[in-house]
Design a protein around this ligand. Sequence first.
Ligand SMILES: Cc1cc2nc3c(=O)[nH]c(=O)nc-3n(C[C@H](O)[C@H](O)[C@H](O)COP(=O)(O)OP(=O)(O)OC[C@H]3O[C@@H](n4cnc5c(N)ncnc54)[C@H](O)[C@@H]3O)c2cc1C
Length: 398
Amino acid sequence: MKVAICGAGITGLALAHRLAALDVEVVVLERAAGPRQQGYMIDFFGPGFDAVEEMGLLPQVEEAAYQVDEASLLDEHGRRRAAIDYVQFAKSVRGRLCSIMRPDLERVLRTGLPSTVDVRFGAGVTGVEDLGDRVRVTLADGETLEADLLVGADGIHSTVRRLVFGEESRFLRHLGFHTAAFVFEDEEIRAQVGERFCLTDTVGMQMGFYGLRDGKLAAFAVHRTTDPALPDDTRAALRATYGSLGWAVPKALDLCPPPGEVYYDQVAQIEMSSWSRGRVVLVGDSCYAVSLLAGQGASLGIAGAFVLAEQLTRAPSIETALAEYERLVRPVVTEKQQVARRGARWFLPANRFLLLARRAFLHVARLPGLERPLAAAVTGKSTALVTNLKRGAEIRSR
Ligand SMILES: Cc1cc2nc3c(=O)[nH]c(=O)nc-3n(C[C@H](O)[C@H](O)[C@H](O)COP(=O)(O)OP(=O)(O)OC[C@H]3O[C@@H](n4cnc5c(N)ncnc54)[C@H](O)[C@@H]3O)c2cc1C
């Protein structure tokens, strides 16, 4: 079997890794000219964590990860008003949690690939043709290639989804926020942040910072807006939107890199009634983005890729494999999408009353014994999707 994967993000690389380990011929087609350098911090836990462990990559992931002790919510003078204890949170998921930058997780997955996997950068997919039991893929430079299966792992704005299933507007649900991320350098802010995730405790918009190695910081920003349209100049938009926040924010905005180095997008989910058509299947954000409100998109992307790879090598036909993959993964992502939507008002309070209520809730949640209920309220049910699959418990008889 030959599988073409569109997208060398976290999901596409995890799928390539797993398929190659199961002796499937794989080509990965990535539109970007080279590996991603910029990014944001990912809290990594749940079924994706189980999957990287199964894939033998957990030591490399943990080595690239950062220690984060707590998320501190600070007022405009930098005074700590509330906090989420990461150590407690980690305990509630049995220590199976780490914080890792998105490009670092991609690097671990990419460098872990065997040399048999053909990863092509600068290879954007622009056309897909159904040939019955094969699929023909056209690249931006006009080259074509054929495979038994095309997997769209090309993210929330997926090209494969648009070409095969229809326009993005049919599947994308805007959740009422824009988000941005960038990396910058500042000794003073870096020293204040230490091993915490420090973010402003503010109404309608929030900016936060993680300390990175080599004196850098990863900034994360999110604000409420009903308008899904994205600005042309993301740096100018960030300055206009967040400029009024206090503490370290004005300095960070001054040090914000040019728009090409800023991640900026709407916060959205993708909902589709079916994830495959003929010899094309979607995985990860392209078909079930849960949004950063769920805090598990990367984890679910890797877990979905793991399940898909296992099914493709175990099921009697590609059709059965695609149906089984969807049957196993869909309930998990549906629940996470619901939890994320329910938590939206607490994730970023829309008024001062909700802000104070969140502070009070976080104080109570630090009481011993409440860490598990808090974690469950924020992250939803835990799932043994990957470990069950490895034990064979979820495999239907052929
Ligand atoms: C601010 C923020 C914070 C987050 N925090 C967390 C967190 O704490 N925990 C967590 O688990 N998740 C988190 N997420 C979600 C997580 O980052 C995503 O769910 C995950 O990156 C999705 O991976 P993916 O590989 O499916 O898609 P992507 O990462 O979007 O990768 C898609 C790839 O496809 C490529 N591509 C696109 N179009 C084409 C084309 N036509 N041809 C070829 N290649 C193409 C792109 O260049 C890209 O490399 C967060 C997201 C954001 C925005």
